[in-house]
Design a protein around this ligand. Structure first.
Ligand code: AR6
Length: 174
C-alpha cells in the first residue's frame, strides 16, 4: 500500500533519488552547521548548484530537531528544507527525529507550500535504524495531516528497495 489518504491530503512512498522529484520542497538530511556533506546533501549540492549552500550557511548553526528553508537552486523542487536529525547514540533520538519532521512540515505551512518529499532522515551517515525512522516519520506525518494544514501531499522517498519495504510496512500500521 504505497499511498495513505488522510482527510484532504495523502502520504505516498516513492523509491529513487529525491533530487529528481518535482515538488514544492524536498528535505535535506542536514547537520547543525548546515554544511552539505555526503548522502542526500551531496546529491542536492551537486544537482542544485552553489546557491543552496550559500543560503543555508547564512542561517547556520541550528539545533538538532530544527529546520530551515532555502531556495531549491537548479533543482526541480522550488525549495530545500534543511532538517537536522539525530546521530545514533547521542540520546533522545526519537523526539529529535520527530521534531525535525514536524518543523519541516511547519515551514511548509508558513510558506503555503503543498507538496513535500522527505528522505529517511538520520539513517545514512548518522546511523539511525531504518525501522525506527520509518515508525517515527510516518506516524508524525499522519498526526500532522490530521491537524490544520494546507499540505496536500507528503512523499517519503526511499533510496533502496529494502528501505522502501520497511516504510511500506509501517505506513500500513500507522
Ligand atoms: N535520494 C533519496 N535518498 C537518499 C539519497 C538520494 N539521492 N542519497 C542517500 N539517500 P544521509 P543522515 C538516503 O547520509 O544519515 C551528510 O553528510 C540514504 O540511503 O543523507 O541524516 C549531511 O551533510 C539514507 O537512507 O543523511 C549530514 O552531515 C538517507 O537518505 C549527514 O550526512 C539519509 O542518509 C546526515 O546524515
Amino acid at each position: 500500500m504505497p499511498e495513505l489518504k488522510i482527510k484532504n491530503s495523502k502520504i505516498r512512498l516513492v523509491k529513487g533519488d529525491i533530487t529528481e522529484l518535482k515538488v514544492d520542497a524536498i528535505v535535506n538530511a542536514a547537520n547543525t552547521q548546515l554544511i552539505m556533506g555526503g548522502g542526500v546533501a551531496g546529491a542536492i549540492k551537486r544537482k542544485g548548484g552553489p546557491a543552496i549552500q550559500k543560503e543555508a550557511s547564512e542561517k547556520a548553526p541550528i539545533s538538532v530537531g530544527e529546520a530551515v528553508i532555502t531556495t531549491g537552486g537548479e533543482l526541480q523542487a522550488r525549495y530545500v528544507i534543511h532538517a537536522v536529525g539525530p546521530r545514533q547514540g547521542e540520546g533522545d533520538e526519537e523526539t529529535k527525529l520527530k521534531n525535525a519532521t514536524i518543523n519541516s512540515l511547519k515551514l511548509m505551512d508558513e510558506y503555503h507550500l503543498k507538496t513535500i518529499a522527505f528522505p529517511a532522515i538520520s539513517t545514512g551517515i548518522f546511523g539511525y535504524p531504518i525501522e525506527k525512522c520509518a515508525d517515527i516519520m510516518t506516524s508524525t506525518a499522519k498526526e500532522y495531516l490530521n491537524g490544520e494544514t494546507e499540505i496536500e501531499e507528503i512523499i517519503f522517498c526511499l533510496f533502496t528497495r529494502e528501505d522502501y519495504i520497511v516504510f511500506e510496512s509501517k505506513l500500513e500500521k500507522v
